[in-house]
Design a binder for this molecule. Structure first.
Ligand code: CA
Length: 222
């Protein structure tokens, strides 16, 4: 079971995220000030930290700076109301793995948590900031995609789906596998949402990037 530390001084948000994550099987601790957060991050060894920036005691940026400065590479998702460019840039430069601006959809946060936890376990094979397969490069810092030298805009879900494909090149992935990894576990298995998003990716990238394997699912061609 993965352990997640939520560092958030807004009680309403902290308890909303905590109960959501607990209902998905995560073990969750919440701290609401920066100094306490530093202590927990060091001594309780969480698998992932959800970090607010504006905090009493010590800011999220200071916490991140201290953690990375001591070589602590725990995945950090910054969750903050300050959607200003400078906060975002400094957070990512200091080594946050992801960034979400409040208000946010819980479902999207969950997707990103799953991806970052997965990244952390397969880190040896991939760099933290980029993933390249064939002519596609995903950049996790600014969540952009470059295809054949051209920058392409993707939604959060499209990005997550493409990332999953790229981590499993030339392997057939069933709709159920794609649904459970990119969407909620309990998503209606009869939903055609996977097909819809595969179509979006084909339209934005290239028709041949993702192949349909009849009766089985989809395959990303490297
Ligand atoms: Ca705050």
């Amino acid at each position: 079971m993965s352990r997640i530390l939520i560092v958030e001084d807004e009680e309403r948000i902290a308890s909303f995220v905590k109960s959501g994550l607990e209902s998905h099987g995560y073990q969750v601790d919440v701290v609401n000030d920066g100094i306490e957060a530093m202590h927990w991050a060091k001594y309780s060894n969480p698998d992932l930290i959800i970090l607010d920036i504006g905090l009493p005691g010590k800011s999220g940026i200071e916490i991140l700076n201290e953690l990375r400065g001591t070589g602590n590479m725990v995945p950090v998702i910054i969750l903050t109301a300050r959607d200003s460019v400078s906060d975002r840039v400094s957070g990512l430069e200091l080594g946050a793995n992801d960034y979400m601006a409040k208000p946010f959809a819980f479902e999207e946060l969950l997707v990103r948590i799953r991806l970052r936890l997965k990244d952390a376990t397969s880190q040896a094979s991939s760099s933290l900031s980029e993933l390249s397969v064939g002519e596609i490069t995903l950049n996790f810092y600014d969540r952009t995609v470059v295809f054949k030298g051209k920058k392409i805009e993707l939604s959060g879900r499209e990005f997550a789906l493409l990332e999953l494909f790229m981590r499993n090149p030339n392997r057939v992935l069933s709709r159920e596998q794609l649904l459970s990894n990119v969407w909620e576990m309990d998503f209606d298995p009869n939903s055609n949402v996977v097909d819809v998003y595969v179509r979006y990716l084909r339209q934005k990238l290239d028709e041949n990037v993702i192949q349909t394997v009849r009766g089985m699912g989809y395959k990303f061609k490297s």
